[in-house]
Design a protein around this ligand. Structure first.
Ligand SMILES: CC(C)(COP(=O)(O)OP(=O)(O)OC[C@H]1O[C@@H](n2cnc3c(N)ncnc32)[C@H](O)[C@@H]1OP(=O)(O)O)[C@@H](O)C(=O)NCCC(=O)NCCS
Length: 417
């Protein structure tokens, strides 16, 4: 799809950073720190829709922008898939509902495919925006308040792990974040990534109150190096009788239960702090399962990362399958016709799969959004069938495919982008 009437699509490098940031500020109604944004925006991928017709606004003004991070995501079975992390999707209020987002998505898909990225991933500002483009919820994000020193299940060796508590310093801590990410097993976790994603995890992009403390980082190490980290900021508050400060954990990751337990025993026991706000994944994640009283943390589950398959054989071929499977899947994809049609997926349990075009009759049919929902194993094919998003043509095909797509580990994406 080309640009809507009156606009053209252009690349925006850092010489036009002011226009890009202004568009983002208008779209999201917040004020950004230009210094922080210098490192957080993947400038090599920024695209804009520029007015070329005065009826759309002064010629040369930017109506909308987007960019994308380079990354790989962990897949079931331990492999990774090259992924484009769509980000900074912003349309100026004066230019909205003219098809700019639709044009940006088409532009994003074709450029990501040119770079060999088989999946697009994003966090949605509003859930109504992205399903029409084939995106589906892939992880769940729960918000919790751990309070002060919640009871955590004992894990052998956890208390002995060394901990560092430092002020965030990109030149030191970017490597810590990368080291932990490479060790994360959960499908959906970013594994390798461009600097912009790491910087986004570490810095505060909005303009800060002058008296706000600098972001801090807690790091747990084990015999293999960094095993867990949490980036947090504290805010001191007082009740009439006691200190009632809050800890806001912006992002965290832990490679196993021992490092997660050590991390949260420190993060929830900082002096003068009474509450500790954090996000966790699903109900099956390490943090939820470490808590002896999961109800006491006021869990609220929200959609986390959304994904969209751009290249069916590359995406399905990047994971393993939990059971033997030999199934013909008919895919519909209105935006990327190269995905349309019948694909034969054959795999033995945990073996290398093959995905080939076929003319054989299909066993089940589904849209690219439903296939994207199933990719990491977070939504079962059975459930997608139950709600009418998968059609079964061969009796038993849904049950067999559902078993194969299951993942042993819970899905999680601990970085937002
Ligand atoms: C969301 C946003 C990017 C949409 O941009 P836009 O250029 O107005 O979108 P388009 O004109 O291409 O709309 C495409 C379709 O999506 C629909 N749509 C767009 N935004 C929507 C929203 N927030 N909720 C529901 N539907 C939406 C449009 O109605 C249109 O539907 P149609 O094809 O049936 O007519 C823009 O409103 C925006 O910048 N919002 C604030 C920032 C934001 O939320 N960004 C997304 C970050 S994840």
């Amino acid at each position: 799809m080309s640009a809507p009437a009156g606009y053209r699509i252009v690349s925006l490098d850092q010489s036009r950073s002011h226009e890009m940031l202004t568009t983002v500020e208008w779209a999201f109604a917040f004020k950004l720190s230009p210094e922080a944004m210098r490192d957080v925006v993947p400038w090599d991928h920024v695209r804009g829709l520029e007015a070329v017709d005065a009826t759309r606004g002064p010629v040369g003004t930017i109506g909308g922008v987007h960019s994308s991070h380079t990354m790989t995501l962990r897949m079931p079975g331990g492999g990774t898939v090259p992924t484009s992390g769509l980000t900074w999707v912003s349309v100026h209020p004066a230019h909205r509902r003219r098809g700019i987002l639709s044009a940006m998505i088409a532009d994003h898909f074709s450029r990501a495919l040119e770079r060999g990225e088989a999946v697009s991933a994003l966090y949605a500002a509003e859930t109504a925006i992205y399903p029409r483009f084939g995106y589906a919820q892939a992880t769940v994000k729960s918000t919790l308040d751990l309070g002060r020193s919640p009871k955590l299940r004992p894990i052998e060796g956890s208390d002995d792990l060394p901990v560092r508590i430092e002020t965030v310093d990109m030149s030191v801590h970017a490597d810590v974040v990368r080291a932990v990410q490479r060790r994360l097993d959960e499908p959906g976790s970013p594994v390798e990534m461009g600097d912009s994603v790491v910087h986004d995890a570490l810095v505060d992009i909005t303009t800060r109150q002058p008296d706000a403390e600098d972001p801090r980082i807690v790091i747990v190490e084990d015999a293999h190096g960094p095993a867990a980290f949490a980036v947090l900021s504290r805010e001191i508050k007082w009740s009439e009788t006691a200190a009632a400060g809050t800890v806001d954990v912006k992002v965290w990751g832990a490679v196993d239960a021992a490092s997660a337990r050590r991390l949260f025993s420190v993060v929830t026991d900082l002096d003068l702090m009474a509450s500790c706000k954090v996000t966790a994944n699903g109900t099956d994640g390490l943090l939820l399962q470490l808590l002896e009283d999961p109800r006491g943390v006021g869990m609220r589950a929200l959609d986390g990362m959304w994904i969209r398959i751009l290249d069916v054989p590359a995406a399905l071929g990047a994971r393993t399958y939990s059971a033997d499977v030999d199934v013909v899947i008919e895919v519909t994809d209105a935006l990327l016709p190269t995905n349309e049609g019948r694909w034969r997926l054959s795999a033995t349990a945990d073996g290398t799969p093959t995905i080939e075009r076929t003319e054989a009759p299909c066993d089940l049919a589904l849209g690219i959004d439903a296939l994207s929902a199933a990719l990491l194993g977070s939504t079962s094919v059975e459930t997608l069938h139950a709600v009418g998003r998968v059609t079964e043509e061969t009796p038993g095909a849904v049950r067999a495919t559902s078993r194969a797509f299951r993942s042993d580990l819970p899905q999680a994406c601990n970085l937002a982008f």
